[in-house]
Design a protein around this ligand. Structure first.
Ligand SMILES: [Zn+2]
Ligand SMILES: [Zn+2]
Length: 363
C-alpha cells in the first residue's frame, strides 16, 4: 500500500510503499483511512524543521488529522464494529511511571516530553491506506459527519482551549464565564475556534489579515462573529471598538500581532496561545507594560497543546452541533481535496482554508 512520507536525513518528501498492517493484539482495530487533513505542522515537517521517524526507520509517514472506517476488530474490542467511523487521537502516552498526566490518560499534559505523536514524533501517521491502532486511541464518529469529520482534530485545539478558559474563569468570585472574545487569525484553527466560542456564548470577533471581502469574512458573518481585517484597522483601533476583551484566542502562530493584541487584553482577561512562532522571526515585547497589565488587571496568559480524549469527544459532539447550526460554513472550511499522489502540493504550496488528502479517491 502507498503512503505519503518524509525522509529527514535525505531531505526528501515522497511516496513510499508499505506492507498492509495486520491486527496482532486483541484490542487492536484495523482502519481504512478515508481522509487526512494537512496543516502548518505538516509543512514544518516537510521543511525538515520538525518531525521524528519511528525508531529504525529512515522515514516518517505523514498525517495527524484524519478520519477512518473500521474494517476489522480484534476479539477484545468492544466499542467498534466494521463499518463504524473513527477519528484517531494523535498523541500517545509516555511510559514513565511517575508521569501522572500520561498515567491519568492525559498525555496532552505530559511532564516528561517522551510522548509520541502520530505523523509527527516517532509514530507513523495516517496518510496511507490502512492503519492498525489500539481501541484506546480511537474516537467513534457518527455517520452524518462523514464529510466534515476530518476537522475533528483541528477542532480539538479549540475544545481544549475552551475547557481551560472555562476553568480559569471559574476563579472569578461571581463564577461567571463567557464575555467578549477575540480570535486572532482566520485559518482553520481560528475559524473552528470562533465557532466554538460563539457556540459557548461568547460575543466573538475575528481579527485577521485577509481583506473584508475575503470568504473568511463571509464565514465569520455566517456564524454570527464579527470580522475585522488588519488591513483596515490597527490593533489599537480594533481594540477601541470592541470594549473590554475577556478572552483572546491566538491562532496564527505567535507573532508580533499577537503581542500587540496582548497589550489590549481587558481586565480579568485570558490570553490563550495555540500557535508557536515560525523560525527566525524575533518578536519584541514591552515587558514593563505587559507586567503592569498582568498584575493590575488580574490577567492570565496560557499556552495549550492538543489534545486528550476528552477534547476529541467534545470536538465530535460540537462538530455535530456546528454542522446542524451552520452546515454551509462548516463544509466550506474544507477548500479542496487532493488524491494521495498529489499530497505535496497542499503541504508545500498551501492555499485556501483546510486542504484534505482523500485516501479513498476523489469522491
Ligand atoms: Zn494539524
Ligand atoms: Zn507523560
Amino acid at each position: 500500500m502507498k503512503a505519503g512520507a518524509v525522509f529527514p536525513r535525505e531531505r526528501r518528501v515522497g511516496m513510499v510503499e508499505l506492507e498492509e498492517p495486520q491486527i496482532s493484539f486483541p484490542t487492536q482495530v484495523k482502519l481504512r483511512m478515508l481522509e487526512v487533513g494537512v496543516c502548518g505542522t505538516d509543512r514544518e515537517i516537510c521543511h525538515f524543521r520538525h518531525g521524528v521517524p519511528p525508531e529504525n526507520h529512515e522515514f516518517l509517514v505523514l498525517g495527524h488529522e484524519s478520519l477512518a472506517e473500521v474494517v476489522e476488530t480484534g476479539p477484545a474490542v468492544h466499542r467498534f464494529r466494521p463499518g463504524d467511523l473513527a477519528v484517531p487521537t494523535v498523541r500517545q502516552a509516555c511510559t514513565h511511571p511517575e508521569c501522572v498526566a500520561c498515567r491519568g490518560g492525559r498525555p496532552d499534559f505530559c511532564y516528561t516530553g517522551d510522548f509520541r505523536e502520530r505523523g509527527i514524533k516517532q509514530l507513523h501517521g495516517f496518510m496511507t491506506d490502512y492503519v492498525v491502532e489500539d481501541e484506546e486511541y480511537l474516537n467513534p464518529v457518527p455517520r452524518e459527519l462523514r464529510d466534515v469529520a476530518v476537522l475533528v482534530e483541528p477542532l480539538t485545539i479549540a475544545q481544549k482551549a475552551l475547557a481551560q478558559i472555562t476553568a480559569i474563569q471559574r476563579r472569578l468570585p461571581w463564577g461567571s464565564s463567557g464575555g467578549r472574545a477575540v480570535v486572532l487569525g482566520a485559518g482553520p484553527v481560528g475559524l473552528l475556534g470562533a465557532m466554538a466560542l460563539v457556540n459557548a456564548g461568547f460575543q466573538t470577533s475575528i481579527y485577521s489579515r485577509e481583506g473584508p471581502r475575503d470568504r473568511r469574512a463571509g464565514l465569520a458573518a455566517a456564524i454570527g462573529a464579527g470580522y475585522v481585517s488588519s488591513q483596515r484597522q490597527s490593533v489599537l483601533e480594533f481594540a477601541g471598538s470592541v470594549g473590554n476583551v475577556d478572552v483572546i484566542y491566538e491562532a496564527i502562530g505567535a507573532s508580533q500581532t499577537a503581542f500587540e493584541l496582548l497589550e489590549v487584553l481587558g481586565a480579568d482577561g485570558i490570553f490563550c496561545f495555540t500557535g508557536v512562532p515560525r523560525h527566525g522571526e524575533p518578536v519584541s515585547v514591552n515587558a514593563a507594560r505587559l507586567l503592569h497589565n498582568l498584575v493590575l488587571k488580574n490577567q492570565v496568559i496560557l499556552g495549550t497543546v492538543n489534545a486528550g480524549r476528552e477534547s476529541f469527544e467534545a470536538a465530535i459532539r460540537d462538530l455535530g452541533v456546528f454542522h446542524e447550526r451552520w452546515p454551509d460554513a462548516v463544509s466550506s472550511l474544507i477548500t479542496r481535496r487532493y488524491p494521495i499522489e498529489e499530497f505535496r502540493e497542499p503541504i508545500l504550496e498551501p492555499s485556501g482554508i483546510k486542504n484534505v488528502i482523500a485516501m479513498d479517491g476523489m469522491r
